[in-house]
Design a protein around this ligand. Structure first.
Ligand SMILES: [Zn+2]
Length: 439
């Protein structure tokens, strides 16, 4: 195990020495935790697997919407790092759109991935922004023999950062200026990092475990928002659309990189044996290098060969290329939210949301053989809606659309079953959902 880890570090160093871009320190974070708490990686993976098994055996509906309360810590030194409330709000909106598959660019998902791309039914609510001026810098260190040290002092007030706010019940997100890693004279910018769940019930009693207060997501301030750019040396100007945080929250909810992070992949050599533990992401040998190459196919499988899914948030493709999680990834995240992070979501909003929605609109007929007519409950009220429809697996069947009332929906071409209409009035921030039954 140690040998493998050392190899991984050496290869990563060689990789960075080649001036390639390793923007996310998830792997280095795992390695740091492994050094502090022997067996961490294995136990974390076991806990996630067990959670998935239990999730599959759950009785009752598995389609409730999880709402995660979010606390953002802005730990700043220069004025530019003290990002505006507007950028934070835009970032939370991107999280919500991405985890509900309501981002406008889902239309760019290639047809071969439409069947697996889905709505995670996870939402985020910003409950607090904590701003802390600091004199401290936040620089990850990677050493050849001592492993990696990530700048977790951003999570500790006594060390120039900001203490986590109740990490059992909140997703804590720290925004700061992450300094690049320097290795052999090459500087590689860092966009963010996160740790997989540490609340592992398979941890032997009396074993030291990682501090809960260090859980959460750290991102560079330049990545936060929905329309920023980041000039990366030797790579160029990259669009920052808020998807760095989507990627890091994916790690926080148990996801790994789509390439499976094989040791060879760190050298830029495809490692098709490494797996991300997700059945419906295509086998991918290396991470994309912030490109958007739809021809990229690093592993050729004998049957059912699909290109690399550069649309996936857990790749390193350019952010304007990313638009999807797969059903397999969604299952892991939802299993983590009912297992190791079960105390995080506070509210199953589907029932209250639907009750509210049923007061706001009328649907005729419902059930229907395919055609539904939707109008505001309040007579004479003129409303312009934004809406989308997904099936019971969260697959989008009507992409994000707009229309005045009455709204006519035609699901005649879809199989019989339960569908979810998600809608909001155009001026409103509040999305509502209502069940449609086609029979
Ligand atoms: Zn990552």
């Amino acid at each position: 195990m140690k040998k493998l880890l050392l190899l991984s570090v050496l290869l990563s160093v060689a990789y960075l020495g080649n001036a390639q871009f390793t923007p996310c320190l998830y792997d280095f974070g795992l390695e740091q935790l492994e050094q502090q708490f022997t067996g961490y990686q294995e136990r974390s993976q076991q806990a996630i697997k067990k959670a998935v098994q239990q999730y599959r055996q759950r009785r009752g509906p598995n389609d409730e919407v999880f709402l995660i309360p979010v606390v953002v810590h802005v730990v700043w030194k220069e004025e530019a790092e003290n990002i505006s409330d507007e950028r934070i709000a835009a970032q939370v909106r991107v999280l919500n759109e991405s985890f509900r598959r309501q981002n406008a660019d889902t239309v760019n998902t290639r047809p071969e991935f439409l069947a697996v791309a889905g709505d995670a039914r996870v939402e985020f609510e910003l409950v607090d922004v904590i701003r802390v001026p600091t004199d401290t810098t936040f620089k990850p260190e990677v050493s050849l023999f001592g492993g990696s040290t990530l700048p977790d002092h951003v999570k500790q007030s006594a060390l120039g950062g900001s203490d986590a706010a109740d990490p059992v019940n909140h997703l804590n997100i720290w925004v700061c200026a992450l300094q690049p890693i320097s290795i052999l004279g090459t500087e590689s910018p860092i966009l963010g990092y996160a740790y997989p769940p540490a609340g592992l019930d398979n941890w032997p009693a009396e074993t030291p475990i990682p501090e809960l207060a260090l859980e959460g997501v750290v991102v560079d301030y330049r990545t936060v928002g929905d329309n920023e750019t980041y000039e990366v040396p030797q790579v160029g100007e990259l669009p920052m659309l808020g998807r760095t945080m989507v990627h890091e929250v994916g790690h926080y909810l148990g996801l790994r990189h789509t390439s499976g992070d094989g040791a060879l992949a760190a050298l830029g050599v495809p490692d098709c044996e490494a797996d991300d533990g997700v059945a419906d992401t295509p086998n991918q040998g290396t991470q994309s290098q912030f490109n958007c190459d739809f021809m990229q196919n690093t592993c050729t499988d004998e049957s059912d060969d699909l290109p690399d899914m550069v649309e996936n948030y857990m790749d390193y493709s350019r952010e304007d290329c990313q638009n999807s999680f797969t059903q397999g990834q969604i299952e892991i995240m939802r299993a983590v939210l009912t297992g190791p992070r079960a105390e995080l979501p506070v509210l199953n909003i589907s029932s209250s949301e639907e009750a509210f929605a049923s007061r706001a609109i009328q649907i005729y007929p419902n059930p229907s053989s395919g055609r539904f007519r939707i109008q505001p409950s309040e007579p004479g009220r003129s409303v312009h809606y934004q809406y989308t429809v997904c099936d019971f697996l969260g697959r989008t069947v009507v992409p994000l659309s707009e229309g005045g009332q009455p709204l006519q929906l035609d699901l005649s071409a879809q199989p019989n079953g339960v569908y979810y209409l998600r809608f909001k009035e155009k001026e409103s921030e509040q999305w509502l959902s209502q069940q449609l039954l086609k029979q």
